[in-house]
Design a protein around this ligand. Structure first.
Ligand code: N5H
Length: 257
């Protein structure tokens, strides 16, 4: 079995800073020898990615804009990747957004606009990206997205994002069934709470982490590197029969009632 990532081209979407899950994945894949292509939504992220890439041994990675809410922009980004890189082997989709005011209080108060925005950025984008990635994955491929337990059960304040993650996880199953014919696998990692930019401003984040430390089977929180390692597994030939799956990287917390 070949578990090397030499000559493997993997797209990493959603690095905002060094605490981003996407960056955790990038670091692990880079160490394994993969060639990385970064995409960003906000101009501010571009500068951050440039600085982060400077810390890598091989700095020869493409950095491209990609507004995941714009089909034409996605098409152009993948066209550029096709021209400059050719074949791709993996996509890490680590992108989500919801209005801050809808991540507190009652879910029942979610506006139509806020609901659709969260679905658009956090769930539909995976389908739009899978459609563009498919023709470039001529040697087979692996698509990995990031979810959270709030898509399976009610987690306080997660609200509109919980419904978007449920939609994302269902999309993983349907995409896995479509793309399986082309030897492309689609999976999600349901990560335990991490101190990312998304978690910034979440008032009771510390108490969410404390519950994991006290009640999860492993009695500890998880690290970015552990999510990166799991992504590496899902991108590798170690996981060739796994698709349509949601793999929990959460110290086992999802098993606790
Ligand atoms: C139960 C919780 C805590 C409450 C909910 C947090 C939800 C976070 C997810 C969304 C994606 C965060 C978000 O969109 C924040 C924005 O409204 C404001 N932030 C920004 O605009 C920043 C600058 C940009 C870079 O952020 C984005 N997203 O573009 C869940 C937590 C325990 C776990 C968690 C934090 C989960 C998660 O989905 O990230």
């Amino acid at each position: 079995m070949n578990i090397s990532f030499e000559n493997k081209n993997i797209i990493i979407m959603g690095v905002a800073n060094k605490r981003s899950i996407a960056w955790g994945i990038a670091e692990v894949l880079h160490k394994a020898g993969a060639n990385l292509i970064f995409t960003y939504g906000k101009e501010r992220s571009k500068k951050n990615i440039e600085k982060l890439v400077e810390t890598l041994e091989n700095q020869n990675h493409l950095i491209l804009p990609c507004d995941v809410t714009d089909d034409e922009a996605i098409h152009q980004t993948f066209n550029t990747i096709k021209e400059k890189v050719g074949i791709i082997h993996g996509v890490a989709h680590s992108v989500a957004f919801a209005n801050k005011e809808e991540l507190e209080g009652e879910f029942v108060d979610t506006s139509r606009e806020g609901f659709l925005l969260a679905q658009n950025v956090s769930a539909y984008s995976l389908t739009a990206i899978a459609r563009e990635a498919r023709p470039l994955m001529t040697e087979g491929g692996s698509i990995v997205t990031i979810s959270y337990l709030g898509g399976e059960r009610v987690v306080r304040n997660y609200n509109v994002m919980g419904v978007a993650k449920a939609s994302l996880e269902a999309s993983v199953m349907y995409l896995a069934n479509d793309l399986g014919k082309d030897d492309i696998r689609v999976n999600a990692i349901s990560a335990g709470p991490l101190r990312t930019l998304s978690a910034k401003g979440v008032s009771d984040f510390n108490s969410v982490v404390k519950v994991i430390e006290e009640r999860s089977p492993l009695r500890r929180s998880i690290t970015l590197e552990e999510v990166g390692n799991t992504a590496l597994f899902l991108f590798s030939e170690l996981s060739t029969a796994i698709t349509g799956e949601v793999l929990h990287v959460d110290s086992g917390y999802h098993t606790i009632g």
